[in-house]
Design a protein around this ligand. Structure first.
Ligand code: SF4
Ligand code: SF4
Length: 135
């Protein structure tokens, strides 16, 4: 027997916000899974690209915004070129990252990294991480 899922007002607002920020019609996703099977980064992800779409539709905000997948997406567009609905997962991931960044929660604090490790890290990696993960 199929399960009926009730969409709350908060869930609908979250979906609307992500559709607005990304410019993608997320509800047109048919859950074919082609994006997940095409993604070169999927093995590093905790949520597969197709799961990001279905969970966004269902408004599972906390799980998505806490997932590492939205930061791992490399915007390679492999999924977009193969998606039967031409959905652009990179834009959806970018929209989800924007929502996280707007909460002004820094994911890294440069002062927490031991000095000897900082000396070993490439400068470009530190700058890129700060740009992506801090406000
Ligand atoms: S390929 Fe497109 S339609 Fe299929 S699951 Fe992924 S986003 Fe949805
Ligand atoms: S754009 Fe992101 S989600 Fe899509 S295939 Fe590339 S890495 Fe995977």
């Amino acid at each position: 027997m199929s399960k009926i899922v009730k969409i709350t007002k908060e869930a609908a607002e979250f979906l609307n916000k992500i559709e607005e920020l990304s410019g993608e019609k997320i509800t047109s996703c048919i859950q074919c899974g082609i994006c997940s099977s095409s993604c070169p980064m999927v093995n590093e992800m905790d949520l597969m690209p197709s799961q990001i779409m279905s969970m966004t539709i269902l408004g599972q905000k906390e799980e998505i915004l806490e997932s590492k997948s939205i930061w791992i997406c490399a915007s390679c567009f492999n999924c977009k070129v193969r998606c039967p609905r031409e959905l652009d997962l990179a834009k959806v991931a970018e929209a989800l990252r924007q929502v996280v960044l707007r909460t002004a929660t820094d994911k890294i604090n440069i002062n927490d990294i031991p000095e000897d490790e900082i000396m070993e890290l490439p400068q470009i990696a530190i700058v890129a991480a700060c740009r992506r993960l801090t406000n």
